[in-house]
Write a new protein. Sequence first.
Length: 351
Amino acid sequence: MLKTSLTLMAALALTATPVLAQDAEYTLRAVANSNENDEDYDGLQVFKSYVEAASNGLIAVDIYMGTQLCSNGAECLQGVADGSIDVYISTSDGAAGLFPYVQVLDLPYIMADDRVAERVLTGDFPRTLRDMALEDSGGMLRLMTIGNTGGWRNFANTERRIQTPADLEGLKMRTVVADLPQELVRALGASPTPIPWPELFTSLQTSVVEGTANGITDIMSMRFPEAGLQYLTLDNHAYMGAMWWMSNESFMSLPEDMRRVVVDGFAQLQQATFASPKRKSIAAYEEFVEGGGDLYVPTPEEKAAFAEAAAPVYDWFAANVDGGEEILATFRETVEQAEAELAEERARDTQ
């Protein structure tokens, strides 16, 4: 009996021992230009754990956080294209230089909440973007999934509470270099000022800019309240989608059963990044308010006024982005279908 128990314990120990990286037949180099406190890292940890276990150690995943292998979206995506990087996460603005139509995810006030966003992003819409990107990249860049990186974008500033679009009038708002966020800020009457992320704290502190549009976890992890950012309006104008890219050559070089493992790994990663910002935002909001921050939730009427003021952005997107009108129509249809399905489910669940 004792011998049997010891044999069983030894077998369990062997199955629980991670397979060493040198035993793997394939190694995936995964990059995220963030830190280990970020949702991207949470997702990569889940991806690594799943893929290495489900492949029985045939695939190893090496994680590179920060700028070890590349420093920005354009450089990192080039690394994926030329094969020096296998997996990379970008925001839509980080990929917009190559694929302008991915900015459709940043169009404001289209998706209402997390359930709608998650229904859309677990459906066929990301596959539509994947097919477009594969064609436009000559078969080099494959969009594997779209998760979340920081919750929802909200307007925050150093000057005053924002309750209506008129309250944004004249504010110098930090944006990324991509066109769409700048068009949104102009439509709302503010002044867009492109500022690199690492420079934003000092720019707020010195009034180079007076506001930004970010999620609460990013605001608190970067300690922006210490730079004077004290007003936050939860208008939830854009879901902060995280686009996970893979070298199509690396993916297609895997045996079919291993490709299935990687696809399932990205599904696990997506779910982890959906959940992580929700949990982390609880403490972040508490810290913001405890530090004297002003947190405001617009009324439905006020939020409708923001959406109305932002309407020119949709026209700009349709007119200025190649294929913009078609992808916007597809996106709206997908969102409407998700809303209808959720409404039916809620009705059934509340009876």
